[in-house]
Design a protein around this ligand. Structure first.
Ligand code: AKG
Ligand code: FE2
Length: 262
């Protein structure tokens, strides 16, 4: 897995893998032709990347069992979603502002409460292959709207000078091999130092009980390639079933747009 992650990173840094997150662009749509400096590799299970270990891990029994336990859902309800990798930029530091992945910063407290109430049908995780201290979160903020002070700190499109200025913030420290599972609408931000190596698998899985609630957040990443037979053929039976549930959600929703602005 580590070797495959290094290979994918090298390919992305040299411009040989076009699906990437470039410095200067915080959220989808990622400008694939933007800065040559990259902070993320997109679509780790894409057959053209040629690294089968990622799909094997994403559909592995141990991982899916954990996801089922956290969501309180059955294996037959799991929906395939995103699998990307977050890496350190090489030329300049970069950061993401405080945000919830699928709730706009301008949302009122009532809108936040409503959006958070229906966001229990998915789980996201960061699995660090190297040590990782990039992520900051406000624990419990996935259960309640922002306080007025937290709102002030998260209503700008600019990343914070110091993430610890956010009331309630903690820094998430992962040792190599550790994974943190979280609700992607928890209030969070991240800072990337170009001199500190990062190789962190970043993925999520949904539960079909959520219907189309997760459609915008997931489909905004551009997942047409997942409907290609070539991808389906690489998956084990569980993976094929998870993929079918994603395709159904895609077919059940129209144009989804984007969650946040750059
Ligand atoms: O770098 C991270 O760990 C967080 C990334 C993130 O928040 C995002 O991609 O929306
Ligand atoms: Fe995020």
């Amino acid at each position: 897995m580590l070797l495959a992650a290094h290979r994918a990173t090298a390919r992305t840094r040299t411009g040989n893998w076009p699906h990437r997150r470039t410095v200067g662009c915080q959220f989808p749509p990622f400008d694939e032709d933007g800065s040559p400096d990259v902070w993320g590799v997109q679509h780790m299970m894409h057959p053209a990347l040629g690294e089968s270990v990622f799909a094997e891990w994403y559909t592995s029994e141990a991982l899916l069992q954990t996801v089922c336990e956290l969501m309180g859902c059955g294996k037959d309800e799991l929906q395939m979603e995103l699998f990307n990798m977050l890496i350190n930029p090489e030329r300049a530091d970069f950061a993401l502002r405080w945000h919830r992945d699928d709730i706009h910063e301008s949302a009122t407290a009532d809108e936040e409460r409503e959006a958070l109430a229906k966001w229990q049908y998915g789980v996201q995780w960061n699995a660090a292959l190297l040590g990782d201290t990039c992520l900051f979160v406000v624990p419990d903020s996935h259960t309640m709207p922002r306080t007025p002070e937290q709102r002030t700190h998260s209503s700008t499109l600019d990343p914070p000078k110091d993430p610890m200025d956010m009331p309630g913030a903690i820094r998430v420290t992962l040792k190599p091999g550790e994974t943190v599972f979280y609700n992607s609408n928890i209030l969070h931000c991240a800072t990337y130092t170009h001199t500190t190596p990062r190789l962190t698998l970043h993925a999520c899985i949904g539960c079909t009980r959520g219907g189309s609630t997760r459609a915008r957040n997931i489909l905004q990443h551009g997942l047409a390639w997942m409907e290609d037979e070539k991808f389906r053929d690489t998956l084990n039976d569980t993976g094929k079933e998870m993929l079918e549930r994603l395709v159904k959600m895609k077919n059940d929703t129209g144009d989804v747009g984007y969650s946040l602005q750059n």
